[in-house]
Write a protein that binds this ligand. Structure first.
Ligand SMILES: NC(=O)c1ccc[n+]([C@@H]2O[C@H](COP(=O)([O-])OP(=O)(O)OC[C@H]3O[C@@H](n4cnc5c(N)ncnc54)[C@H](O)[C@@H]3O)[C@@H](O)[C@H]2O)c1
Length: 271
């Protein structure tokens, strides 16, 4: 169902890899709510070709950009503003990648070069995107930027590995840049801390299947789906949440504030 919440708004969606991606689902919902979109992903992801299906569905151009490359990001903003014929009203940063997890290194033995790459792709990239927009004056007043994060930034989830540090940095950049961009142009910046969700990035975490069941049983409402995350992002891009900024917003069915549940105690008894 459409409420026309984003009618006339123009947004850039980073990170739609395939139809399981949270960015993919968010692009579909933003389109349904009346937004004009530009889709972007790393050149290597574009070569998979999946994104073209989404581009057709939401009638959006696809512009490649590696988020660790400032020239790519600049070009993305230039081409997007040309396409829209003006400034940008919202951005979804839905990007994460851990090189050490991929290469099977545990947290206590990480390779620091790979760690730099992980932090750059998964966290500093938000600074790079915001800084480029700042330098080019690419965001309209009251524009909204949302980045996706995970509760491992606040509490230890051992198999989340170096991504926990990346998410802490991402949330800190959200607060710091949120201050500067809010003061300058009333731009709001938030992170959404999402339940575990079956996607390419999500499934890369060791023990994901057991963990997703645990989170389901620990959440009064159950795990939030990718579709519901998309709905939440739409509200944050809309004018109905204009004074929400510099926040980390849990979208997790209540997981973050639940100590224990009978369902989890029951699981322990079964063992
Ligand atoms: N799936 C989960 O359980 C879960 C939970 C909480 C938060 N998140 C976060 O949601 C976001 C989206 O992940 P997802 O679960 O939809 O998985 P996904 O694998 O579909 O998306 C990750 C995206 O990051 C992109 N990316 C990687 N390196 C890049 C680079 N150098 N330049 C540009 N893009 C690059 C990938 O191409 C991919 O599209 C991530 O930030 C992830 O950490 C996911």
């Amino acid at each position: 169902m459409s409420y026309n919440l984003l009618k006339g708004k123009k947004g850039i969606i980073f990170g739609a890899l395939d139809e399981r991606s949270i960015a993919w689902k968010t692009a579909l919902r933003c389109h349904e709510e009346g937004a004009d979109l530009v889709l972007t992903n790393a050149p290597v992801a574009l070569r998979m070709g999946e994104i073209n299906k989404l581009a057709e569905q939401v009638n959006a151009p696809v512009i490649g950009a590696d988020v660790t490359n400032m020239d790519d990001i600049k070009k993305l903003f230039e081409e997007s503003m040309k396409h829209f014929g003006g400034k940008i009203d919202f951005i979804l940063h839905s990007i994460g990648m851990s090189v050490n997890v991929r290469k099977g290194k545990s947290y206590t033995e990480i390779n620091y070069e790979w760690n730099q790459k992980t932090l750059d792709i998964s966290a500093t990239s938000l600074h790079r995107v915001l800084r480029t927009a700042w330098d080019m004056d690419a965001l309209s007043e009251w524009a909204s930027v949302v980045a996706l994060t995970y509760i491992a930034a606040q509490r230890v989830f051992p198999d989340y590995n170096e991504m926990a540090d990346a998410k802490s940095l991402l949330e800190s950049i959200t607060r710091s840049f949120g201050y500067y961009y809010g003061t300058k142009n009333k731009v709001r910046i938030n992170t959404v801390s999402q339940s575990p969700t079956r996607t390419t990035a999500g499934s890369g975490v060791k023990g994901f299947d057991g963990f997703i069941t645990y989170a389901e049983k620990m959440s009064p409402l159950g795990n939030a789906t990718g579709e519901d995350c998309a709905n939440y992002c739409v509200t944050l891009f809309s004018d109905l949440t204009k004074y929400v900024t510099m926040q980390n917003l849990f979208h997790d069915g209540g997981f973050s504030f639940t100590g224990v549940t009978p369902a989890v105690i029951e699981m322990m008894k079964e063992e």
